[in-house]
Unconditional design. Structure first.
Length: 299
């Protein structure tokens, strides 16, 4: 089967909402689901069985204990599977990225799980797999089961869901660091870190963005700073800010009761019409359609 003939799975189709922004499910393979990609990050853990995992980077054997991370837009499929059972994790990235300053301090988390959301290109391999450290198996599967149970509660705790996902991500990063010594050295440069941190501050404080102000915050000349940032991330600082602002808007639409005008002004759009047009251009849906899709339990 060609990876070009694929089906795209959408985040809007998998049942994530404001009260249940994460999901874990078990997938036993009793049929070939064919080549597919996603508009979201997929984290999969091989609970049992074996298979061949076909990606745009090649074909790889998978077995119990393997972790697979597929970034958005990269097709893959499974073939020659034998009693294969996967545990899959999905989450609303904007919900977790409200803690971006904290995540920036955690080596490897942003490059591995959020770079495709934040930047123009992934900062690490767009499709990879590696074995989870054996010492982590009991805790990892326990966290996955706990996440599944919590999500199915009548009133799931978003604090427990979020902390569980962060623990899973930490175990994955440490396993990858042990498997791939090069990844142990991988991270955002201090300059990119300071830039992202500065933009988090101006978004939270509802201040306007300025290239010159941002360059001063990282103690660089604007031209050199813009060039260096783009070389590392694939986007200019201003493009990154626009993307980060839109992620913030998505979170406010789902997690807050602010109306469109209040969201627009808090993010320094000129008015709600400007915000709505920009949002639809970036996401393909209007702000109200996005809110309707993901917000189910908030008046």
């Amino acid at each position: 089967m060609s990876l070009d003939s694929k089906h795209t799975y959408r985040l809007s189709e998998v049942g994530l909402t404001d009260s249940r922004p994460a999901r874990v499910w078990i997938t036993p393979f009793d049929r070939d689901i064919g080549a597919h990609d996603h508009d979201f990050h997929e984290i999969s853990f091989v609970l049992q069985g074996r298979a061949e995992h076909v990606t745009d980077a090649g074909t790889f054997r998978i077995s119990p204990g393997d972790v697979m991370i597929i970034q958005p837009g990269h097709p893959h499929w499974f073939t020659k599977f034998d009693e294969l059972v996967l545990m899959n994790v999905l989450y609303l990235p904007e919900w977790l990225l409200e803690d971006l300053n904290l995540l920036l301090d955690e080596e490897g988390i942003v490059p591995l799980f959020f770079s495709s959301t934040l930047f123009s290109a992934p900062l690490y391999k767009p499709a990879l797999q590696f074995p989870l450290l054996p010492d982590y198996w009991p805790g990892f599967t326990g966290e996955l089961m706990a996440l599944a149970r919590e999500r199915d509660c009548e009133n799931p705790s978003k604090l427990l869901l979020k902390s569980g996902i962060f623990r899973i991500m930490r175990m994955i990063v440490r396993s990858l660091q042990a498997h791939d010594p090069e990844f142990a050295k991988f991270g955002l440069s201090h300059e990119v870190y300071l830039t992202a941190q500065h933009m988090e501050n101006i978004l939270r404080e509802q201040k306007p963005y300025s290239d010159d102000d941002c360059a001063r915050a990282v103690a660089k000349s604007p031209g050199r700073w813009r060039k260096s940032f783009k070389e590392q991330t694939g986007c200019t600082p201003h493009e990154y800010y626009l993307q980060r602002r839109m992620i913030r808007a998505r979170n406010l639409l789902v997690q807050s009761r602010l109306n469109l005008t209040e969201i627009a002004l808090s993010l320094h759009f000129s008015d709600s019409a400007h915000f709505s047009n920009s949002f639809k251009t970036a996401t393909g849906v209007s702000p109200l359609e996005y809110r309707k899709t993901y917000r189910r339990n908030m008046p």
